[in-house]
Design a protein around this ligand. Structure first.
Ligand code: F6P
Length: 365
């Protein structure tokens, strides 16, 4: 009996992160080597489905992409087909373009779709499954490491390496100029990047969303260091951190409370406060998208590779509607419905925070 050839679609949605290409490569090689299947890569997330933009992915086309940052497929965090934003007569409104996306899938004879993304991508994938009976598998990604379904996401380790290197560099210039240096890192509403890079880089103060800070306690820590002869201090602050009784700092306050709000600016704000309250010259660095770029570290390549293979195996086993995840060192899966919503936050009373505090790190509490 001749083997039935399957055609599998794959896309990367939401913000990019290091390790996406490792997933794509592993999925394509597994599909080809183990099952003799064909893979189609949709460009720019769900936008490629709506606009029929795709490339054929073969073992040859994924050659050499393992060390590359970003995603060879492109990504978008604006392309929700169920709420596609259009401007008409100067007014912004949303239209449903999901039928066009389904037409593309049917037209190309896609048997199953592998969607690599964060919470938003998983939520959109679930609507496609529920409304149109699309057979889909999810693969989680984010530098923020905030998905509760999986112990760690690829991209996070590389972001932490980048942030740690930045702290190392800030240390030398801070010591030379006897300054306080503030580094604002990403992480959305959780403090994993700040916590892990801060501990790895030997920061004096680490401020995370899970522990609202008291600015006077932060300044007191800096003054105490100075009185003991340490004429510089390193403060690592997560973009989602906020003062006790205060609110998050947004780049677009007019979109506060919507899914489009963008965190940012708290580093510069706290640098001004520190300088004013301590009299110590203070500078702020916003690390920004450097954390999302560059070549993935070996951990992220390895994890991404395992997830990519597992996703194709799950298609073979018809585990549709599930998201691959990493738990207890094992690759496993769970229903996408259970994987979305809610954040995996740092435990303020947990071992990681306590370790840092034992070393003298202040969380401003
Ligand atoms: O979720 C990843 C992330 O990099 C967050 O850490 C950050 O808040 C956000 O995306 C930035 O989004 P954008 O690339 O749209 O500016």
């Amino acid at each position: 009996m001749t083997k039935q050839i399957k055609t599998i679609g794959i896309l990367t949605g939401g913000g990019d992160c290091p390790g996406l290409n490792a997933v794509i490569r592993a999925a394509v090689l597994t599909a080809s080597n183990d099952y003799g299947w064909i893979m189609v890569g949709f460009l720019d997330g769900f936008e490629g489905l709506m606009d029929e933009r795709y490339i054929n992915l073969t073992p040859k086309s994924v050659r050499g992409i393992l060390p590359q940052g970003g995603t060879i497929l492109g990504s978008s965090n604006k392309g929700n087909p169920f709420e596609w934003r259009v401007k008409e007569d100067g007014e912004l409104r949303t239209v449903d373009r999901s039928e066009k996306a389904v037409e593309t899938l049917n037209g190309l004879g896609i048997d199953a779709l592998i969607a690599i993304g964060g919470d938003g991508t998983m939520a959109v994938t679930k609507i496609f499954m529920d409304r149109y009976d699309i057979k889909a598998i999810g693969v989680p990604k984010t530098i923020d490491n905030d998905l509760k379904a999986t112990e760690v996401t690829f991209g996070f380790a590389t972001a932490v390496v980048t942030a740690t290197e930045a702290i190392d560099k800030l240390h030398t210039t801070a010591a030379s100029h006897h300054r306080a240096m503030v580094l604002e890192v990403m992480g959305r509403y959780v403090g994993w990047i700040a916590l892990e890079s801060g501990v790895a880089g030997g920061a004096d103060v680490i401020l995370i969303p899970e522990i609202p800070y008291d600015i006077d306690i932060v300044c007191d820590k800096i003054m105490r260091r100075r009185s003991r002869g340490s004429n510089f201090s390193i403060v690592v602050i997560a973009e989602g951190a906020r003062e006790k009784g205060g609110d998050v700092t947004l780049l677009n306050p007019e979109l506060k409370g919507t899914i489009h709000e963008k965190l940012g600016g708290v580093g510069i704000r706290i640098a001004h406060q520190i300088e004013e309250k301590t009299g110590m010259e203070t500078r702020a660095t916003v690390l920004g998208h450097l954390q999302r770029g560059g070549s993935p570290c070996s951990f992220d390549r390895y994890l991404g590779t395992r997830l990519g293979k597992a996703a194709v195996d799950l298609v073979h086993d018809e585990g549709f509607g599930r998201m691959i995840c990493y738990r207890g060192g094992q690759i496993t899966s769970m229903p996408i419905a259970d994987a979305i919503g809610g954040f995996k936050a740092v435990d303020p009373a947990g071992e990681s925070v306590k370790t840092a505090e034992s070393l003298g790190v202040s969380f401003g509490r």
